[in-house]
Design a protein around this ligand. Structure first.
Ligand code: ADP
Length: 151
């Protein structure tokens, strides 16, 4: 039987799996983009969470509900930058490519969130920078679960 790309068991032996193997494409906008344009991006890219960057470093995250909350108010969402409503660093829960998938699953469940940005952390003059390299969502994890049972 050939070895499949994902799964926790292979011929009875347990196998470690890493974030890098299941992560998907990054969907992000710059922090000065309006709430309205962020909503358009969410529809166009068919995702539930958008990451926000400043100088290519991850600084924020917005979910569907964050966008709904502001959209049902009296705000002109074409004028408000997304940075006003985003959840920002240091409150962002993230993961790194070399971490085990189960670590990411625990973060999603413990923090009750739908997705995790995958970042490469670098430090320059005591300032951390988070380069976005991927994302892990409940959908990635559900697919993995299905592959495990389909084997
Ligand atoms: P929704 O709000 O659409 O149900 P989530 O459960 O993912 O989606 O988001 C809940 C809240 O947590 C939102 O306010 C969102 O900004 C925030 N959030 C989402 N993902 C993260 C994350 N990885 N780290 C920190 N906060 C997050």
């Amino acid at each position: 039987k050939s070895k499949t790309r994902v799964g926790y068991q292979y011929e009875g032996k347990s196998e470690k799996k890493y974030i890098k193997e299941i992560m998907g494409e990054v969907v992000s906008v710059d922090s000065n983009i309006s709430v309205y344009d962020t909503i358009l991006k969410m529809f166009l890219k068919d995702v539930g969470t958008i990451f926000i960057t400043e100088n290519k470093s991850l600084t924020g995250i917005v979910s569907r509900k964050d966008l709904l909350k502001i959209a049902i108010g009296n705000t002109d969402i074409t004028k408000v930058p997304i940075s006003i409503i985003m959840t920002r660093m240091p409150n962002i829960i993230y993961c790194e490519e070399h971490e085990e998938i189960i670590v990411g699953v625990r973060k999603i469940i413990n923090h009750q969130i739908d997705s995790l940005p995958v970042v490469k952390v670098t430090e320059h003059k005591n300032k951390k920078s988070y380069k976005l390299v991927g994302r892990v969502t409940k959908t990635n994890i559900t697919k993995l679960f299905l592959e495990y049972f389909d084997k």
